[in-house]
Design a protein around this ligand. Sequence first.
Ligand code: NAI
Length: 245
Amino acid sequence: MSQKKYALVTGGSRGIGRAICVKMAELGYNVIINYKGNKDAALETARLVQEKGVEAEIMGFDIANRTEVKQILGSWVETYKDVVIEVLVNNAGIRQDVLLPMMSDEQWDSVIDTSLQGMYNVTKQVLTPMVMNRFGRIINIVSLSGIKGMPGQVNYSAAKAGMIGATKAMAQEIARRNITVNAIAPGFIKTDMTEELNEKELANMIPMKRFGTAEEVAELVGFLASKQSSYITGQVISINGGLYT
Ligand code: NAI
């Protein structure tokens, strides 16, 4: 029996995650669209995925909640033995920007718990079947902040830098299983996350003089998810309109 192939995208209900879901569908993958609260937005992503002629499944869980991830994603993986999640995109993330002296414990914890712990929680559930499958792609969405550090984002920079370290280590652990693990570091991308930023002013710092789009990031994810990227692993690839530091 041929196995059904899925891509799982965390935070797939909007923004970069939604564009990635659509890209995965274009690659021919059925897509599991994880969302935290906005079911309607997840259903809209599912509609866009189905338009590409593949199956879409929306799966609500908070990636920061280990118990919930185990219960919902873990039991799905247990139940559907004929299914293999070949591509995992750890995309979900949040920002809670404030200078460190003013940062609350909650602001520190929630950002680390979502990006870094969330990546661990979700990856743990899909890794063993992926290893048994002897083919897989893990793509972690990090940030320029995780490479250079950004004032006002000590929590976010730490979370994303942690993901970069994990990406590099994981890549070496499972390279011989034909599984690549890479990180993508966007600069400024036009989504809800950057909505309240002064785009005009910030765009001036970017050599391309504009924010990127979610679709541009999704194209890169698509390449790293494809068979064509087979010899690229443990890398952090920037997508930022030339915004080097
Ligand atoms: P967004 O705020 O539009 O989307 C984030 C998604 O993650 C939302 O669907 C949200 O519901 C989901 N999410 C948040 N916490 C979650 C949780 N605990 N469990 C499950 N889902 C959760 O933001 P955007 O811009 O699409 O961001 C996607 C990723 O790209 C994030 O990891 C972000 O840090 C990263 N990024 C974004 C940049 C930008 O300029 N927009 C720049 C660099 C990185």
